[in-house]
Ligand binder design. Structure first.
Ligand code: SF4
Length: 240
């Protein structure tokens, strides 16, 4: 079989939207292999069966006869992950892969992605707004605001000792189901992220930043500082 290897596999946020509703699962999974001229029909079938089994959809020949609407949301996302694996990528980009799923299957899908990452020794870029899962599933985290990385570092250090005001605001906004919090207000920055067509001058977070240094932050673009090895932050509070 042709040893084609893709650089990147992609797992979309909405599995139902990512799977053509008029195609059976087998056809959906065979298409990227056909496009890249991988193997004979029988070899493609073997690769599809192996991918479906790897994501926990056994027996494969039962799954691939179905249309996407005949699967649950969790099963659909497993098919999307199988498709991302078919061309044996070195990197998988998973864009909010569990945000559309029932809470009961989110942990299963994240655990599946982690298992695949370890077994295949590939890189996984996990995009999410859910910082509570980042601690458990990532080694390194990058925080983006208005199209820019504002802070990055080893995940434990970044979440335990955030330096950028936006990172601190994200962590302050995390839900903490403690009755003592019922009547407490959290320090969430006012306003909304800006339009990327017309981003603010200087630091893009300055219109919302509670720690703005007037006269500097709104005029000058930030320079990256490194408070600790491997931990980088783009904020004038930490730059000279
Ligand atoms: S550079 Fe200034 S405005 Fe931007 S996050 Fe840092 S303190 Fe706030």
């Amino acid at each position: 079989m042709k040893a084609y290897r893709a650089a990147v596999g992609y797992v979309q946020q909405d599995p139902y939207g990512a799977l053509p509703p008029f195609m059976k699962i087998r056809r959906i999974l065979e298409e990227p292999l056909i496009v890249h001229s991988v193997g004979t029909r029988r070899e493609r079938e073997e690769r599809i069966a192996a991918a479906l089994e790897e994501v926990g959809l056994e027996p494969a020949h039962e799954t691939w006869q179905k249309f996407p609407h005949q699967l649950s949301g969790g099963q659909q996302q497993r098919v999307v992950i199988a498709r991302a694996l078919l061309l044996r990528p070195k990197l998988i980009i998973a864009d909010e892969p569990v945000s559309m799923l029932d809470a009961s299957v989110r942990a299963e899908i994240l655990e599946l992605l982690r298992t695949i990452q370890r077994q295949r020794r590939l890189a996984l870029l996990y995009i999410t707004h859910d910082l509570s899962t980042v601690r458990h599933y990532a080694h390194r985290a990058m925080v983006m605001y208005a199209g820019r990385i504002v802070e990055q570092g080893p995940v434990e250090r970044l979440l335990d000792r955030p330096h950028h005001p936006y990172t601190r605001a994200l962590l302050a906004a995390l839900v903490d189901p403690d009755a003592a919090n019922a009547h407490q207000l959290r320090p969430i920055p006012a306003g909304e992220p800006p339009s990327l067509l017309h981003p603010p001058s200087g630091c893009r977070f300055h219109p919302r930043c509670p720690e703005i240094m007037v006269g500097r932050c709104e005029h000058f673009d930030t320079e990256e500082a490194q408070p600790r090895p491997g931990h980088r932050v783009a904020c004038w509070l930490h730059s000279r």
